[in-house]
Design a protein around this ligand. Structure first.
Ligand SMILES: NC(=O)c1ccc[n+]([C@@H]2O[C@H](COP(=O)([O-])OP(=O)(O)OC[C@H]3O[C@@H](n4cnc5c(N)ncnc54)[C@H](OP(=O)(O)O)[C@@H]3O)[C@@H](O)[C@H]2O)c1
Length: 336
């Protein structure tokens, strides 16, 4: 059987993890790596013959390209060039998929190649894989905790800590990146919600149309919510209605007995409601190994010929609705 060759671009948290856990796999072999700084080749003991001289060199010598760089412009170039060169692609890049996923999927379809991005939502919680299954039937509502940093920050705030201190501790403990603004602003969860919506409805919403409340909440609000037997959690919310789709991200109050209320640390949680019942998913939502295994699952499904190409189109006319939640002390309440 022909060995499937994988080229890895980006040897950081996700790429480095993927490289380290892939060494003994039989379904594929990483044969070429490209990283910006040379230092990481040394840290990961990458043999000289595996180091690609440039992107062209990497793409030409492999069957599947894994993009683990992050950002938009360079990853877009990596993925487009790989697809145009007839290679399959796996990425964990939610920012790129939420922005240009439709164009890239169109290109992959045109080239007859696969483009998978399971790691872009939920890390080690296989959200997209499960959504593929549940959306065989009608899905009515999907909501959950998709950003561990903001969940960590809210947990600390409920213990009396102020937000800036909580963010600092999240960084020290490795939950938050050096620049946590995408987490705190809700942008990270908004991108994931857009991908979830696209996966279920086939329509990728314009990110600017999604209703977002930043993580701006004070101790008084949190204490009041808790006195009413509820907790505040960072929620990404989607409800399909006959006249449009409710899409909302922000801190919300929910029953302290709900599954979501017990989601802490790096854990993510997703509730999927519809014809297949009320289903919940949990798992480690980010970090080196959980995300790397999710990348690996996509690589293996391509290597084994089991992968199906997702399909969605950007829909600027999608009627995005603001959910009419009840509120308590200015905090929206999610009916769980
Ligand atoms: N970290 C997570 O938990 C997680 C979870 C889900 C999804 N993701 C997604 O996974 C992707 C990667 O995230 P990460 O956390 O692994 O980022 P990271 O730790 O910053 O790693 C990025 C790597 O890409 C390299 N790089 C940057 N520009 C490059 C270029 N032009 N050419 C070649 N290499 C380049 C960097 O090289 P240097 O050595 O020079 O820095 C670094 O090693 C992002 O799209 C992110 O959203 C991450």
């Amino acid at each position: 059987m022909k060995m499937v060759k994988v080229g890895l671009v980006g040897l950081g948290t996700v790429g480095g993890g993927f490289y380290d856990i892939s060494k003994k796999r039989k379904e594929f072999q990483i044969t070429k790596i490209l990283n910006r700084s040379e230092r990481k080749y040394v840290t990961h003991y990458v043999p000289d013959e595996m180091i690609a001289s440039d992107l062209h060199d990497l793409i030409e010598r492999v069957d599947i390209v894994v993009e683990a760089v992050g950002g938009i412009d360079f990853p877009n170039k990596v993925i487009s060039q790989a697809l145009i060169s007839g290679k399959d692609v796996v990425t964990a890049n939610k920012a790129l998929i939420a922005d240009k996923g439709d164009e890239l999927l169109k290109l992959s379809e045109k080239m007859g190649r696969k483009l998978l991005f399971g790691a872009s939502v939920g890390g080690g919680m296989p959200a997209l894989l499960n959504l593929q299954y549940h959306s065989l039937g009608k899905v009515t509502r999907v909501y959950g905790i998709l950003n561990a940093t903001s969940n960590f920050v809210l947990s600390k705030m409920s213990q009396g800590m102020d937000m800036s201190r909580a963010v600092k501790i999240a960084q020290e403990e490795g939950y938050a990146e050096q620049d946590p603004s995408d987490d705190i602003s809700g942008m990270d969860a908004t991108r994931k919600l857009a991908i979830i919506c696209a996966y279920i409805t086939g329509k990728l919403p314009n990110l600017k149309g999604i209703f977002v409340n930043q993580l701006q909440i004070n101790q008084e609000q949190i204490s009041y919510v808790e006195s009413m037997e509820m907790v505040v959690k960072p929620i990404a919310y989607m409800k399909i209605k006959s006249n449009g789709i409710e899409l909302w991200v922000g801190p919300a109050a929910l029953s302290k007995n709900s599954k979501m209320a017990k989601t802490n640390g790096t854990e993510n949680c997703l509730i999927i409601e519809g014809e297949s019942g009320i289903n919940s998913l949990t798992g480690v939502g980010a970090g080196r190994n959980p995300t790397a295994f999710s990348v690996m699952a996509d690589v293996i499904s391509i290597a084994k010929g089991n992968a199906t190409l997702p399909y969605f189109k950007k829909d600027e006319t999608l009627n995005i609705l603001e959910p009419a939640f009840k509120e308590i002390k200015g905090v929206k309440i999610i009916d769980t």
